[in-house]
Design a protein around this ligand. Structure first.
Ligand code: PGA
Length: 226
C-alpha cells in the first residue's frame, strides 16, 4: 500500500454552480490577499468562469469532463475545449453528479481515461460504499494510469448540502486507509463540510493528503484560512 508522499497538502475548491464573473474577480483578489498557508490550492469554478483565472497565478480545475474526445457530443466539454485555460485537475464522479445527472462508475472511468490522456489529473469522488464498484470500473485502466488518480473520499452524509453530518476522525482515517488500499492510491483527500473550524482535524494527520471543499470555498477569506 502507498503511503502519502506529498510535501504540501492539496486543497481543492469546488464552487459547484455558484458565483458569476464579477464575484469571481472579487474572489480572486480577496483570496490572493488573504492566503495564509503553503498548501497547493486548486480552484474548480464553473466552466465559463475559467478565463477569469488566466492572470491570477492560481491553479484551476473543472468539475466534470466529457467522456469523449472532441466531436459531436452536444453539451459536453472536452479537453480540446479547455486548451489554453490552464486546467490541471478534473473533479469527477462527485455525488451530486451521480445523484442528479446519472453519473456511473463506468462513465467516471471513461472520463478518467480522457483526462489522463490530456495531462489533467482526475480527482475521483467516492463514498465508502462505492469504493469496490468504482475500483472495479478502473480495471480498464492500466496500472500507470491508476496510480495517477487522486481519490477524494466523500461520505455523502457529511456534504453540507446533504446534511453535513461529520464522522468522528477515527472513522474518517479508517475510510481513508481503505481507499488507499482499494484504489492503490498515492493521494487520498477528504471532503464533506470542511471549514476553518474543523480543517485542522483533516489537514494535520499525515494519512490525509488534503481536502475537497464546497460551501466554505465560496468565501475567499474562509478558504484562505483552511
Ligand atoms: P461541502 O461540499 O464542503 O459544502 O460539504 C463538499 C463537496 O461537495 O465536495
Amino acid at each position: 500500500m502507498h503511503t502519502s508522499t506529498r510535501s504540501q497538502k492539496l486543497v481543492i475548491a469546488n464552487w459547484k454552480s455558484n458565483l458569476n464573473w464579477k464575484q469571481t474577480e472579487d474572489w480572486i483578489s480577496s483570496f490572493s490577499r488573504s492566503k495564509q498557508h503553503n498548501h497547493e490550492y486548486v480552484i474548480c469554478p464553473p466552466f465559463p468562469l475559467l478565463p477569469a483565472f488566466r492572470e491570477s497565478g492560481l491553479t484551476v480545475g473543472v468539475q466534470d469532463l466529457s467522456p469523449f474526445e472532441a466531436g459531436a457530443y452536444t453539451g459536453a466539454v472536452s479537453p480540446a475545449n479547455l486548451e489554453g485555460l490552464g486546467v490541471k485537475y478534473a473533479v469527477l464522479g462527485h455525488s451530486e453528479r451521480r445523484i442528479y445527472f446519472g453519473e456511473t462508475d463506468q462513465s467516471v472511468a471513461q472520463k478518467v481515461e480522457i483526462a489522463l490522456a490530456h495531462d489533467i489529473t482526475p480527482v475521483v469522488c467516492v463514498d465508502r460504499d462505492g469504493f469496490q464498484s468504482q475500483a472495479a470500473a478502473f480495471s480498464q485502466l492500466n496500472s500507470a494510469q491508476r496510480s495517477q488518480v487522486v481519490i477524494a473520499y466523500e461520505p455523502v452524509h457529511a456534504i453540507s448540502t446533504f446534511g453535513g453530518h461529520e464522522d468522528p476522525i477515527a472513522v474518517t482515517l479508517e475510510a481513508i486507509a481503505e481507499a488507499r488500499r482499494v484504489f492503490d492510491a498515492h493521494t487520498v483527500l477528504y471532503g464533506g463540510s470542511v471549514s476553518p473550524d474543523n480543517s485542522l482535524s483533516y489537514l494535520q494527520p499525515s494519512e490525509i493528503d488534503g481536502v475537497l471543499v464546497g460551501g466554505a470555498s465560496l468565501d475567499p477569506e474562509k478558504f484562505a484560512r483552511l
